[in-house]
Design a protein around this ligand. Structure first.
Ligand SMILES: [Zn+2]
Length: 313
């Protein structure tokens, strides 16, 4: 088996999340968690964050994942992510979330909770210089803009994109839905075309590539076709969409990820998120070279990751 790099993992957890596994065995369970078990879902904001590096490493070993690019989740700071990653330097590589994801006490509709484009760029710069992070993870666009106009969104993202261009680093932009409240508009990646066009040297990774929703996937494809710096990541997608992406943009801009998180790791029915993501790649192509590209080669290029096994340059 080739080396596998998981480009999309969320670390950090809370006691209430760790206790909620019984309610989270299917994808619809995870989506409904916030509304069905509101008190339990909201409890984490009053709790102390916990290090779940050991749980992640155990799952990586179980499913054959060699290395993971890790980022935070709601309530987890970049500093906390860096500390977890530092404990497993040959397995975990940290990236920054410069626009924190919302928690139940942190609503970005509240003007005071928004960040200025300059503040976002400053936080990213701090994560790179002080915490040794090697790129930007899934940004929460609503944190730094209120506009729905693609050119204006690109203006608001400009300071952050300037940092990435200068550093030669990439950014992940989430697509389709999340289990969090609000912000669904930005899940349709049609607006990303404007950003990608202005920053052709910055790799942009559209995570989840539409999450199996045809409408969102079509727009991921349209944006990726037009911009050679746009990459698609397959977690939560389908083998049919992965096959089509291979036919349309080829194998060099498609990459493996699972979206593993303290919540998603509980999903067991019909299958865990990690084995599902591996199956998407294996069902999309029988070509071993193409599989190797998706599983590790593209992530190695994007994140400058060399193999700790020493078998890939
Ligand atoms: Zn994610």
């Amino acid at each position: 088996m080739d080396m596998i790099i998981d480009s999309h993992v969320h670390v950090g957890t809370f006691p209430s999340i760790e206790s909620a596994g019984q309610f989270l065995s299917t994808v619809p369970d995870v989506v409904a968690f916030r509304t069905r078990h509101r008190a339990l879902y909201e409890r984490f904001v009053h709790e102390e964050a916990a290090d779940n590096g050991e749980t992640l490493i155990a799952d990586m070993n179980k499913f054959g994942i060699d290395r993971a690019i890790v980022q935070g989740r709601p309530g987890i700071t970049n500093d906390f992510v860096a500390r977890i990653a530092a404990r497993y330097p040959d397995r975990l590589i940290p990236i920054a979330v410069p626009t924190p994801w919302p928690t139940p006490v942190d609503d970005p509709r509240d003007e005071e909770k928004m960040m200025s484009p300059k503040a976002v760029a400053g936080e990213l710069e701090r994560c790179i210089s002080d915490l040794g992070m090697i790129g930007a993870g899934e940004i929460f666009v609503r944190r730094l803009t209120r506009t729905l106009q693609p050119e204006d969104i690109a203006d608001d993202l400009a300071p952050m994109m300037d940092v990435l261009a200068r550093r030669g680093m990439s950014v992940q932009i989430p697509t389709a839905w999340t289990q969090l409240p609000g912000g669904l508009f930005y899940g349709d990646p049609i607006w990303v075309d404007e950003v990608a066009n202005r920053y052709p040297s910055v790799p942009i990774i559209l995570t989840k590539m539409g999450r199996g929703i045809d409408h969102c996937f079509e727009n991921c494809l349209a944006v990726a076709m037009r911009n050679e710096n746009v990459h698609l990541e397959i977690s939560g997608s389908s083998s049919a969409h992965a096959r089509r992406a291979l036919q349309t943009i080829g194998p060099t801009r498609l990459l493996f990820g699972t979206d593993w998180s303290p919540v998603w790791r509980f999903v067991r029915t019909p299958e865990p998120v990690v084995s599902k993501a591996i199956r998407i790649v294996e069902e999309a192509t029988n070509d071993l070279d193409v599989r190797e590209r998706l599983f590790s080669a593209t992530a190695q290029i994007l994140y400058g990751v060399s193999s700790f096994r020493g078998d890939v340059a």
